[in-house]
Structures are given as C-alpha cells and as structure tokens.
Design a protein around this ligand. Structure first.
Ligand code: GLN
Length: 285
C-alpha cells in the first residue's frame, strides 16, 4: 500500500489504525490527531480533503498515531481537553477532566443560585486542571472563586487554565481544607476527589495508567479522601450551605451514611445519565 495521496485517505488510514488498536472512537480521534498534525480544524479538513498532505504532515500524523496506539490518552497527545464550555490545557500533572463531572458543575450552579447572596463564596477541593471551579466562574462571574490542591504541578496547570480566559480564582496549595483558618467559610463547597480503591485493576488500564495516581486512588477502598472532606467541611461551610461530592458509582450509600453521621441535613444522591448514583450532597446544619 502506497502513502496516502489525499488528506481524506490519510484520515481513513489513521482511523483504521486506531480501530485496530482498540480505540472506541476511532473516527473522532483520527480527526483530532490529523488536525494536530496539520493545524487544520475539522471543517478545514473536510473542505481540503482532496489536498495532498505534505511529507511533514504525514510524518507528524504517524508519530501522533503511534503514541495513541501505544495507549497514551488523546488528551495528553493533544495537550488539551474540552470540558463544559472550556478548552483546558492538560498534562500528566492532573486528572483529565471527565464528562461525568459536568453533572457536578450543573448541581453546583443550582446551589450557587439558591444561596441568595450577591457574591457567593465557592470552594473547589482538589481542583486538578481547574475544570470545576473554572466552569463555575465562567457561568457565574459574580462568585468569589477559591480552589485548593495538594500538588504544586496541578496548581500551575490550573492557574494557566484560569489565565487564558482571564478568570479570577484564588488557588491555594494544600490538602483539602488545610489552607484555611477557623472562621474561613464558604457558601458552596464542591469536590471531585480521588475515589478509586488502590487495588482496583482499572488503574492499570487505559487512560488511567497515564494520570497521577494521587488524583485517582484513595485509601479505605477509595473512600478515605471523601471521608476526610465530609468530616472537615462543616467547619468551613456557612449555616445551611451545601457540600457536593462526586464519587464512584457504588459509593453513594457509604457517602450518604458518613454525611448523616457527620450531621449534614438533606443528604441525597443524584444519578448520572447512565443511571449511576454519582453525586451526593448535603447541607450544614
Ligand atoms: N477536580 C478535578 C476534576 O474534576 C480533579 C479531580 C481529581 O484529580 N480527582 O477534573
């Protein structure tokens, strides 16, 4: 088989390779990789499908495709991932934002709107790429946005993601609520902490192999960080203010029990579009 003579043919070749490598979205990934190799967006790729690729473009496309064939996440190869309305820079320093987390953003927006303050103080714990707090700040510019992360590398990434669209967020380094003094209080606290059990075999498969383990796995069968947040958040919530947590599809019952034990009110879990209880929230008494 000779070298593909058109961009269309090159796209088909990439799609075939990705499919053979087990990609679940070979068509989309082929377009993204060819886009990165040529600098052309999807509509330009279609309009110029009969153009001949240059040798350099073919070489670049081949290099990117090999990385994907070797299992590297598409977000790391591109250095970007779309989340909410944002185009976030992502690296090996942080979790790749997941579409499921947009449900947490929707719920946090509802909580912000319900709190009735002109400038709600909103805190995102373990912000990673900044996905959650940046989505909230984009949608509700009047919030006072604060986010923490233990990892200085993740915080660098989050700050860069805030700078590009010019969003004002205070980023603080430290585990969960450690950066705060008694009396520092928020109207909404949100978090998508690590919640995978350390011995879960998924950690050795797919994209997860390339993401920081500390962003994925937590002690106590994945519940350790969720419990720490549940236990320490009330001291930093204003009366009646909610804590919203994302967790594993089989952890809702344990999370609800811990929240009730810690004295939260109106504890409830919500299902994602796949029907899994993914989010649990409760309010400070
Ligand atoms: N809060 C970030 C996100 O949702 C990072 C989550 C994490 O590292 N566990 O993308």
């Amino acid at each position: 088989m000779g070298a593909p003579t058109t961009l269309d043919a090159l796209l088909r070749e990439l799609r075939g390779r990705l499919q053979a490598a087990g990609s679940e979205e070979p068509g989309l990934e082929a377009r993204l990789l060819l886009g990165a190799a040529t600098g052309l967006d999807t509509s330009a790729l279609i309009a110029r499908g009969l153009d001949a690729p240059t040798t350099l473009q073919r070489k670049r496309a081949d290099t990117l495709c090999r990385r994907r064939e070797a299992g590297e996440p598409i977000a790391h190869i591109l250095g970007r991932r779309a989340f909410w309305s944002l185009d976030l820079e992502v690296s090996r320093a942080c979790l790749i934002p997941r579409p499921e987390t947009e449900l947490l953003v929707e719920q946090a927006l509802a909580a912000i709107d319900a709190c009735g303050r002109a400038h709600p103080r909103v805190l995102d714990l373990g912000t990673g790429s900044g996905a959650i707090i940046l989505a909230l700040k984009t949608e509700r510019p009047s919030i006072v946005a604060v986010a923490t992360d233990r990892s200085p590398d993740a915080l660098r990434q989050a700050r860069a993601n805030a700078d590009t669209p010019g969003l004002t967020v205070t980023f603080l380094q430290g585990a969960w609520l450690a950066p705060f003094k008694p009396g520092d209080a928020f109207d909404v606290i949100v978090s998508n902490p690590p919640y995978i059990a350390p011995d879960d075999p998924h950690l050795t498969r797919g994209d997860l192999r390339f993401e920081p383990r500390e962003a994925l796995a937590a002690p106590q069968a994945g519940l350790g960080d969720l419990y720490t947040i549940i236990d320490t958040a009330p001291a930093h919530l204003t009366p009646g203010a909610p804590l919203l947590l994302e967790h594993g599809f089989n952890q809702a019952r344990a999370v609800r029990a811990r929240m009730e034990q810690a004295g939260y009110r109106k504890v409830q879990s919500l299902r994602d579009p796949a029907g899994h209880e993914r989010i649990t929230l409760g309010t400070r008494a």
